[in-house]
Design a protein around this ligand. Structure first.
Ligand code: FE2
Length: 288
């Protein structure tokens, strides 16, 4: 038993004010409490945390395992594979609102936190400040993250062989005369992919994170809010070949993007077979 969901992410952002407006007014996230800059998308107490800093990148990813036994087993597997898990102290555990937590670094140095027992806030149901039907989260976790890596073999081994992600499919991106690049998509629950790896060295690890609306109209309303806010659209509305998601991409105040989608297909683990695609999108997703 490995990872069962992407539970939360921490983002280091240089412009907290712009991010607050973007998170609430454009993305429709719910502020988690008055203090700090943490946001909810479902009944979990928080999913996205913003910290002031120059990085403008993902600063940590929190992955969930089912229980204490799975937590301990994964910790041992990481240690055997040569990664060095560190125990969180009581202050960090309280801050994250989880039952237990350890952390390590992926091969490119991203801080990966592994926890079980998150805090739910079902007594204060999720309500978006912009209305709508909410997000697909819960057991499918926050959504997905797309990471660059300059060490594909080692990074794949870390996430797939040690953490237990399963390959969903591969998209070959043609780069003109520069050849081609294989993007690999991984799942850890019915969500088609929770993690995608892009084999290219880049100054930043996070290309985008994805939030999935429950109804298509909320993607349309979000597109209208993007236009009204002046936030730069990065890719037009389109449908992906592999997960069939209908989505658009908007540039965040940090430069990386958010994919805002609906209708992603789910993986049935018993029937799933890995396939390849030569294009990322069936229609749309034109770079703006
Ligand atoms: Fe995506």
């Amino acid at each position: 038993m490995g990872i069962v969901a992407l539970g939360y992410i921490g983002l280091e952002v240089s412009d907290l004010g712009a991010w607050s407006r973007f998170s609430e007014d454009v993305l429709g996230l719910m502020r988690a409490g008055e203090a700090g800059h943490r946001y909810r998308i479902d009944s979990q107490a928080w999913r996205i945390s913003l910290q002031q800093g120059d990085g403008d990148d993902l600063s940590y990813a929190g992955f969930e395992v089912a229980d204490a036994a799975a937590h301990q087993a994964l910790r041992e597997r990481l240690a055997q594979a040569g990664f060095v898990p560190s125990s969180a102290d009581a202050q960090l555990i309280a801050e994250r609102g989880v039952t237990d937590l350890f952390y390590c670094q992926d091969p490119d140095g991203l801080r990966v936190e592994v926890y079980y027992g998150p805090t739910l806030a079902t007594e204060a149901p999720f309500t978006s400040p912009v209305g709508g039907a909410g997000f697909v989260a819960g057991e499918q976790g926050l959504g997905h993250i797309v990471l660059t890596t300059s060490r594909m073999e080692a990074t794949r081994a870390f996430y797939q062989d040690v953490l237990g992600f399963r390959l969903s499919d591969i998209i070959r991106m043609r780069l003109g005369d520069a050849g081609a690049m294989d993007l690999e998509f991984f799942h850890c629950n019915p969500r088609h992919h929770t993690l995608a790896l892009v084999p290219m060295g880049a100054p930043k690890r996070l290309l985008h994170f994805m939030l999935q609306a429950r109804v298509l109209d909320d993607v349309g309303f979000a597109l209208d809010r993007v236009a009204a806010s002046g936030a730069p659209l990065a890719q037009t509305l389109g449908r992906h070949t592999n997960d069939q998601m209908v989505s658009f991409y908007v540039k965040t105040p940090s430069g990386f993007e958010v994919e805002y989608g609906w209708g992603g297909q789910e993986v049935n683990e018993d029937l799933w077979r890995v396939v390849r695609h030569d294009k990322p999108s069936i229609w749309g997703h034109k770079r703006v």
